[in-house]
Design a protein around this ligand. Structure first.
Ligand SMILES: [Zn+2]
Length: 125
């Protein structure tokens, strides 16, 4: 089983390794839910959290592939309307994801290089 945890980091704000990836402090301690999400365990602070926590996809209602498509389009510089049309989701959903991704932009910098928080449509000048 290939547990690639290099994209995850500890979600405990009080942990010395909080927000730091690739430290080797995380292990998989279990699975949960119908989709067998991984439950991660931080050896440094002994906290447990969902693999979905701390990513823009956490607590989302869209299937992963749609959510990722939304983020990919946003990262490519598509506007809300364009992304909504291309992916086939509502504009409100796109806005919600863009805000969520923006809040996590620092954490996701590696994956979403070039992503910038969405400007209100056309209001950049
Ligand atoms: Zn920790």
């Amino acid at each position: 089983m290939n547990d690639d945890l290099s994209h995850f980091c500890c979600q405990n704000p009080h942990c010395p390794n909080h927000g730091q990836r690739g430290k080797g402090n995380l292990t998989v301690c279990g699975h949960y839910g119908k989709q067998q999400r991984r439950l991660l365990y931080c050896k440094t602070c002994k906290a447990r959290f969902s693999e979905r926590k701390g990513t823009p996809l956490f607590d989302s209602r869209l299937p992963d592939d749609k959510a990722q498509a939304v983020l990919a389009h946003l990262a490519d510089g598509c506007g809300v309307r364009q992304t909504s049309r291309l992916v086939g989701v509502g504009k409100n959903t796109v806005v919600r994801y863009s805000l969520r991704a923006g809040a996590h932009a620092r954490q996701l910098h590696d994956e979403l290089v070039g992503f910038s928080p969405l400007d209100p449509e056309g209001a950049t000048g």
